[in-house]
Design a protein around this ligand. Structure first.
Ligand SMILES: Cc1cc2nc3c(=O)[nH]c(=O)nc-3n(C[C@H](O)[C@H](O)[C@H](O)COP(=O)(O)OP(=O)(O)OC[C@H]3O[C@@H](n4cnc5c(N)ncnc54)[C@H](O)[C@@H]3O)c2cc1C
Length: 555
């Protein structure tokens, strides 16, 4: 389905936003805002959303990239979080099998460690029960020999066995953009690089809209809406600070980093979830020829938009790798890339970062502003359902309007309509073969089909277009992704493309380095940038690449 979600048409979109009166305006285009937009529009509401950076540029591109129930929360007796989020995993997977992949996870236990055979077995069994895990994915308990058979790199000394259970791997930024596109396909008006600056009130001191600023042109627009939801993630307190009626609740931000290695230096075969000597839990996950490991958890009070890896973060993760995988002789020089994110958690007095609950909460201020905070990527759909139950009730009461109940449980996100997860592999195989007609290799076709799902036909059309253009600066594979990102996923800057739409800066940094100049040249021509703009965007991308490679305190 072709939609109006082009980076070249942002100004038209903003002018449209100013003309309409919306039922709901959402501030924040991370996974929480995207989920709310999709839920609202499919209930029949008129919906607008503004994002001050790129979509998912906040926490939603910086997570561990797992759709998971949070096994470790069982340790903290957060039964409800595990139950609710765990159950959402299967829904997220069914609605978007192209962005979510089941991944068997190994949980090794050693003599003297936090977990033993008994606690692991009970914990995983409880997880199966709470998360209503399907039979084929329920936990298995492994002997030490079986554990090593699954992953020979795990520390042998003191190894007593392992738990084996399923989590789901995702690409958080692509999950966000696919949910956002689904919302746009159903009528939501959505724009990035547009900041909500001030609230507009009526005589009863209720919010009736927001003044926003297009950060690309510095122009202001007024958007009118019956209800406004603050889904600004780590910035929710800043957005609430613009309203006169905030309550006492407050966020506490904690930072987490991940390191990426090439499989040639860290040949991990199997995803592993392990506990560190200081009692934390860390994931090591193989992915597309790389292995990534994280995360740390430390309080954070710096620049929310630019959390970065520091040398202390890097050293902590490398030490943890050496502890559990003693045969892996990696050094600081082997870190190929990294990313850092901040968790928007709800403040709890006296708690350490890892102990603060990951539960979400919804607050409504006297002004009518609804704020949603906390939570997890995995629970985005349910969080949106809860917010919309409230919005729908209020709008129905004040305006005698009726809306449909929540529609999103069985609702494919954009690219996810492959007829259910069971058909997904056959779909990818079919598209892999078709790709060669469009000047792509079978391998490239497979990558595109796995990444874009049923939208892949549009990428094939762009690849065909490139063939016909007869140009040689890019390849059909690069051109197709770039043009699709610009015209169908509102890409505006090179960093949007290389970080959020392709994930290349994290998982294929050499590809990003190889194509950055040609892509920037192409974007300069398409967007008609001045030399100054081109240089600014180039420098921005170079800085992101450097920050991914080298801790900022060592630059
Ligand atoms: C290290 C780490 C690992 C994690 N791992 C996992 C995991 O594996 N699985 C999982 O389920 N969860 C995980 N999480 C949690 C998950 O990533 C977050 O809960 C989720 O991404 C939060 O999404 P959000 O949309 O609320 O916030 P964000 O993604 O930060 O989105 C908020 C958006 O609001 C925008 N904004 C702010 N102010 C304004 C304004 N005034 N106007 C317009 N826009 C504005 C921001 O630019 C931002 O893009 C992890 C988190 C971290 C930090």
């Amino acid at each position: 389905m072709k939609i109006n979600f082009s980076g070249l048409k942002r100004t038209e979109q903003l002018e449209q936003l100013q003309k309409e009166k919306y039922d709901l305006l959402i501030i924040g285009g991370g996974i929480t805002g995207a989920g709310i937009a999709l839920d609202a529009v499919t209930r029949g509401m008129k919906v607008a959303l503004v994002e001050m950076q790129d979509f998912a540029a906040g926490t939603s591109s910086r997570s561990t990239k797992l759709v998971h129930g949070g096994l470790r929360y069982l340790k903290q007796f957060e039964i409800n979080v595990v139950k609710e989020v765990g159950r959402e995993r299967a829904i997220v997977y069914e609605n978007g099998p192209h962005v979510t992949t089941p991944e068997w996870m190994l949980l090794p236990f050693h003599k003297g460690g936090t977990f033993g055979a008994f606690t692991t077995s009970i914990g995983l069994k409880m997880y199966d029960y709470l998360a209503q895990v399907k039979k084929s994915e329920r936990r298995k308990m492994l002997s030490a020999a079986e554990t090593l058979n699954k992953e020979p790199l795990v520390k042998k000394e003191g190894l007593k066995g392992g738990g084996y259970y399923v989590e789901y791997r995702t690409d958080d930024a692509r999950l966000t953009i696919e949910v956002m596109k689904a919302a746009v396909e159903h009528g939501a008006h959505v724009v990035n690089y547009t900041k909500a600056e001030t609230f507009i009130y009526n005589n009863d001191k209720k919010i009736t809209g927001v003044v926003v600023r297009d950060l690309q042109t510095n122009k202001e627009y007024e958007i009118n809406a019956e209800k406004v939801v603050n889904a600004a993630g780590p910035w929710v307190d800043q957005v609430r600070g613009k309203d006169y009626s905030r309550n006492n609740k407050q966020l506490r931000l904690t930072k987490g980093i991940h390191l990426v290695f090439d499989q040639s230096v860290f040949p991990l075969r199997q995803a592993v979830y392990f506990d560190t000597p200081d009692g934390r839990m860390i994931f090591a996950i193989p992915r597309d020829g790389k292995t990534y490991v994280g995360t740390t958890d430390t309080f954070f009070d710096k620049d929310t938009a630019h959390p970065k890896m520091l040398s202390a973060d890097r050293d902590y993760v490398i030490k943890a790798i050496h502890y559990i995988f003693p045969d892996v002789k990696i050094t600081n020089d082997d870190v190929e890339s990294s990313w850092a994110g901040v968790r928007p958690l709800i403040y709890e007095q006296g708690k350490d970062p890892s102990e603060i609950s990951r539960k979400d909460e919804i607050w409504e201020a006297d002004s009518g502003l609804i704020t949603i905070a906390g939570g997890k990527l995995t629970g985005y759909r349910k969080m949106a359902e809860n917010v919309l139950d409230l919005v729908s009730k209020e709008l129905s009461a004040t305006h005698q309007k009726t809306y449909k109940p929540c529609q999103t449980i069985h609702f494919p996100i954009s690219g996810g309509d492959v007829g259910g997860s069971d058909n997904y592999q056959a779909f990818v195989a079919q598209k892999t073969k078709e790709a060669v007609q469009y000047g792509l290799t079978e391998e490239e076709g497979g990558i595109l089909a796995s990444k874009y799902g049923t939208n892949v036909d549009q990428l094939f059309q762009y690849a065909q277009q490139y063939k016909e253009l007869g140009e040689e600066d890019l390849t059909p594979f690069v051109y197709a992704q770039l043009m699709y990102a610009i015209e169908q996923e509102m890409v505006v800057k090179p960093i949007d493309f290389f970080i959020r739409r392709t994930g290349a800066v994290f998982f294929n940094i050499n590809w990003a380095k190889q194509w950055k100049d040609s892509v920037i040249n192409k974007m300069e021509a398409i967007f008609d940038w001045t030399a100054e703009q081109t240089n600014e965007y180039k420098a921005e991308l170079e800085k992101e690449i450097k920050d991914a490679e080298v801790p900022v305190d060592l630059q």
